[in-house]
Design a protein around this ligand. Sequence first.
Ligand code: DGY
Length: 321
Amino acid sequence: MKPYVYIAHPIPSKVEAYIAEHCEYKIWNEANEKIPKGQLKEELKSADGAILTGYDVDEALLADTEKLKVVSTVSVGYNRYDTAALKKHNVYGTHTPHVLDETVADLIFGLVLSGGRRIAELHEYVKGGHWGEEPDSAFYGYDIHQRTLGIIGMGRIGEKIAKRARFGFDMAIRYYNRSRKPEMEEKYDAVRLELDELLKQADFVVLIVPLTDDTYQLIGQRELELMKSSAVLINGARGPVVDEDAVVQALKNETIFSAALDVFEKEPLPSDHPLLSLRNVTLTPHIGSATRNTDESMMMRAAENMVQGAYGKTPKDVVKE
Ligand code: DGY
């Protein structure tokens, strides 16, 4: 008998066909609306596996899921998993590393460029019909090439960012990471620094760490004050890795030059959020990995992980505790 799985958001037909080959299944097909938590709990009671992106997978959800063997998220970040609760209920948690690394690095590089050269701001200026109202010099930004990029979190995506920076833009690479990465030092002339030193030296500071207790509000007022007044902060990690209020203040006071953010404390960003009224910020809607090319690969990888787990096998991409 095929296992039964539940998918909590729409999936491409190719991925659905793969799931159909291996499992009985049900899909929540509302793209713009989440399944209410109570209903999701009910659905999971009879499921062997599930794809649950953007849901808190915690004790409340996992209680009474007798059959559940695996939950799969279509993202590399898995901060919505309570890993202790997963362990307690003997459920594998999986994610989708590797397939999105280059894609996220592309977006982050876009944010580096926009933050330095003020692309988002200039776009608003031209679109608003203001071109010519101010001298061009009012919009000068900073060069990207041959300057210093500080990468906080030298994992797989960090490496792809370093590659673009080193070989595409001839930048100097500094990084902050728990462990030394001799291979990155060799390949990209990267230099490992303590956090404070990196913040002082970098022209562009990129955050690409997982959200954990250790990285929660890693960048706050003190850290922003260490940065150069010409520096750009880029967050491609998770919103709570920065103290958002402190970032707003630093942008208002021009403690730093600009910020370019793909992730936020609360998503979608509330319509009255102070970031929306700032000039020196580029905002994207947590879309780092989401392209027409990569989305399907991530979904397929999540489906493969779910199918493996639902059949009682150890999935390929089980998250760390
Ligand atoms: C992920 O997949 O976790 C990232 O947020 C990509 O944007």
